[in-house]
Design a protein around this ligand. Structure first.
Ligand code: SF4
Length: 246
């Protein structure tokens, strides 16, 4: 049984979270357009068959290695970035270029990785906010989250939207402890980056209210008897047994 201690909104209460509904940024952003069956099964914590994550293999690896590179409050240790030889040769070249980008952008900044959980429970809503928010760090100036993108198009500022900002604000609330949060989104191949300075305590209540409304709506439309074949089928864990593909 997962038991966590909460610090958001003055709730320092250990709660069991196993039965809480899993809510991801994708649900918050796209539930309206999602297949209702897929949505219902995801909310019901059904696992299904996991899709591949090849598209994110390099950026996930960079983020994992960046956390290892910041074990002390110091500039990153370059030796923590080990070429992932299990990836394709092309991916390895992209990885090397992305590491060079990371060290160019952040190589002189002291920071120490914060061990954050992969999810944040909101007990009154009986949901868990689930999803990686980026590399969480303590710095000399406060706390920082680095969202590392590899090969994404668009200006860095456009790589995060209001939903990301609300999600990250609520996920960061339990460990930022009132300190200012600097959010940096960086595209590591072209070095484009943007910075958002967030007062978590000030923004968290509004973010919470928005999520609460959104969760109520998402629950109202989820329907395990209503498959809707389309774009959502790509990456769906529940193709097996789906009557839309019978
Ligand atoms: S396979 Fe397609 S139609 Fe069936 S649940 Fe998944 S997304 Fe919906």
């Amino acid at each position: 049984m997962n038991v966590v201690t909460l610090s958001y909104a003055h709730r320092m209460t250990p709660v069991a979270t196993d039965d809480f509904v899993k809510i991801t940024p994708r649900h918050l952003r796209q539930a309206d357009e999602m297949c209702r069956r897929r949505l219902a099964l995801e909310l019901d914590n059904q696992r299904g068959n996991p899709p591949g994550n090849a598209r994110f293999e390099v950026s996930n690896r960079i983020s994992a290695d960046a956390r290892l590179a910041h074990t002390e409050l110091a500039p990153p240790e370059a030796r923590a970035f080990v070429l992932p030889t299990e990836l394709l040769a092309e991916q390895q070249r992209v990885y090397a270029a992305a590491v060079a980008g990371y060290l160019t952008l952040f190589g002189s900044t002291s920071a120490r990785a914060v061990d954050t959980s992969f999810e944040t429970p909101l007990p009154e809503l009986e949901v868990r906010l689930v999803g990686d928010i980026g590399v969480a760090l303590e710095t000399d100036d406060g706390v920082e989250v680095r969202v590392l993108r590899v090969g994404d198009r668009g200006h860095a500022r456009s790589l995060l939207d209001d939903i990301d900002l609300r999600f990250i604000t609520l996920r960061a609330a339990p460990w930022s402890h009132g300190r200012p949060l600097r959010l940096v989104v960086a595209e590591l191949l072209n070095l484009d980056h943007a910075t958002f300075d967030i007062d978590v305590d000030e923004r968290a209540p509004a973010a919470y209210e928005w999520v609460a409304e959104r969760v109520a709506f998402i629950r109202s439309i989820a329907d395990s008897d209503a498959p809707r074949a389309g774009h959502d089928c790509l990456g769906c864990r529940f193709v097996n047994g789906c009557r839309a593909h019978g």
